[in-house]
Design a protein around this ligand. Structure first.
Ligand code: NAP
Length: 502
């Protein structure tokens, strides 16, 4: 199999960082039939356990081709020995049957005088790797040239993404000329680099590293093998796969990739939806056209508007967008939170509810306000900041008061549009239980599924979960992007599965 061929292979490489041979053997057995590669980090093991006989046994146990990495502490690994000791141990296991050895460029340059030839005695291939855990260096071209000097089979560049644009800078190395029949592994580390980990193989990266499960990552930003395989189906992402995503920061815990990817899979669409951790919008603005559609979340719902060419009435009414439809000739902005609010409140609105108490004056409260005004509801806005409540209420023609006065109000519907009660502050609630004197209580917070507010509303009111709004806004996004009504039950199941996993 040629190194740069993607035929018949899965690019997921599960990394095992076990502290002793018993744990490693157990981990190898637990892998079952996981496709792709397995990297065994020898530097995590006691040095005396790294013997030819043991390695041969582990490689037999492994269901997939094995990459052996024995990285020194000074270069980001765990091995405390000198370069001479490192190479001595590596030489003793060269014929163990590993598919690849990974050696850091520093040892190759310092100890091996820049040549891998003395190690190329077995059948294994050689990866020469460069790591920078602090940044993605400005001059990546020099790093790239330096790595090829020792004539490796594969070059790996793993650097910390400090900006979202570092993903693009790294992946652009794929277009640089390199020796024939060689491979390239490009990894942007950290939360901002998740894009490179998911999209890299479809752009030609030889593999992508994954943790065997959450909490067992060998590097920051690593996704689990299960998510790469089942949520992103990365072995089937092709250069022509349409890419969607959610931009915001932080974004790691977003449910959206789970919902939208489940729908793409349901329809057999060649499309994927990615989490895009973008603190600074200017990093993405020149590459917006690479995407087919984007969700937009905190903190970019307003600032994104300057990059759009068309804004529909939902954006004009709320002053914010949560959805971009990216066409060849223009970028369109929509706000599907209105559809989300409307979907969640359909029953009370159909019943003709009149008196509503709305908590909060942020973006979600604005979406609710637009819908409530449309239905001529009599709304009282409560906020911890009286001035914010006054400005908001005046804009929509509502009345207002302090949040601390909540016990003085009652009505048909109470809406929590503050972030109070959201995970991890699950013990908090925006109003005391005795203030729940409404027929309906709608909590926009959906994580946790049952907030303290909804729990305390039991027996007093009909509870409406924020998940209903979340599904409603996602469904409208999917329709805008694809022209298809999404299967709501598929979306709901994907969201519930993710929330339960948390
Ligand atoms: P936002 O624009 O940041 O607004 C947050 C609001 O919460 C502000 O009014 C803020 O008041 C208030 N707030 C924050 N902490 C508070 C506290 N300790 N006590 C009282 N008020 C507090 O955020 P957003 O986009 O409107 O989102 C608000 C909530 O709705 C979030 O939990 C979000 O996850 C949820 N949401 C859900 C959906 C859905 O689909 N279900 C969609 C959008 C949002 P100050 O202005 O005084 O800080």
């Amino acid at each position: 199999m040629a190194i740069n061929s993607r035929a018949n292979r899965n690019p997921i490489c599960v990394v095992l960082c076990e502290r002793d041979e018993t744990a490693l053997e157990a981990a190898l057995q637990q892998l079952g039939n996981t496709p792709g590669f397995i990297e065994i980090r020898l530097d995590y093991l006691p040095a005396h356990q790294i013997t030819l006989a043991r390695l041969a046994k582990w490689i037999k146990l492994a269901p997939n081709p094995v990459i052996l990495t024995f990285r020194r502490k000074v270069n980001g690994g765990e091995y405390e020995g000198t370069e001479a000791e490192q190479i001595g141990i590596l030489k003793s296991i060269l014929n163990c049957g590993a598919a690849y050895f990974d050696l850091e460029v520093e040892t190759v340059e310092n100890f091996l005088k820049g040549s891998l030839e003395s190690l190329k005695t077995g059948q294994s291939r050689w990866i020469v790797s460069y790591h920078d855990f602090q940044k993605t260096p400005a001059d990546l071209n020099s790093v790239f040239s330096r790595l090829w000097a020792s004539n490796p089979d594969v070059v790996k560049v793993a650097t910390k993404a400090c900006r979202f644009a570092d993903n693009f800078r790294l992946l652009d190395l794929m277009d640089h000329p390199r020796p024939a029949h060689t491979g390239l592994i490009l990894v942007a580390m950290g939360e901002l680099g998740e894009y490179s980990r998911i999209i890299g193989p479809s752009r030609g990266s030889f593999l992508t590293y994954a943790s065997p499960e959450k909490g067992r990552e060998s590097a920051p930003g690593q996704l689990t093998a299960k998510d790469l395989a089942e949520v992103y189906r990365i072995d089937q992402i092709q250069p022509d796969t349409k890419v969607y995503g959610v931009i915001g920061f932080p974004i790691r815990h977003s449910l959206s990739p789970h919902l939208h990817n489940a729908c793409f899979q349901y329809f057999g669409m060649n499309a994927r939806y990615l989490p895009l951790a973008v603190p600074d919008l200017s990093d993405l603005s020149t590459r917006l056209k690479w995407f087919t559609g984007l969700s937009v979340t905190i903190p970019h719902k307003v600032s994104i508007l300057k990059y759009t060419d068309f804004q529909d009435e939902t954006v004009r009414a709320t002053g914010a967008a949560n959805t971009l439809v990216i066409r060849k000739d223009r970028v369109e902005a929509y706000n599907t939170d209105l559809a989300g609010v409307f979907g969640a409140l359909r029953k009370p609105l159909d019943e003709g509810i009149g008196r509503v108490t709305l908590l909060g004056t942020g973006g979600a409260a604005r979406a609710a306000a637009v819908v409530l005004r449309q239905f001529h509801c009599q709304v009282n806005v409560l906020a911890r900041d009286l001035e914010k409540a006054r400005v908001f209420a005046n804009e929509f023609g509502f009345s207002f008061d302090r949040l601390s006065e909540a016990s003085n109000f009652e009505g048909d519907l109470l809406i929590n549009a503050t972030s109070v009660g959201m995970s991890p502050q699950e013990g908090e609630t925006p109003v005391p239980q005795e203030a729940i004197r409404y027929r309906y209580v709608f909590d926009m917070v959906y994580n946790p599924l049952e907030t303290r507010l909804l729990r305390e509303a039991k027996g007093r009111a009909t509870a409406i979960s924020g998940l209903e709004m979340f599904l409603g806004q996602a469904a409208r996004q999917f329709l805008l992007w694809t022209g298809q009504e999404p299967p709501l039950e598929v979306m709901r199941e994907a969201a519930l599965a993710k929330l339960r996993r948390k």
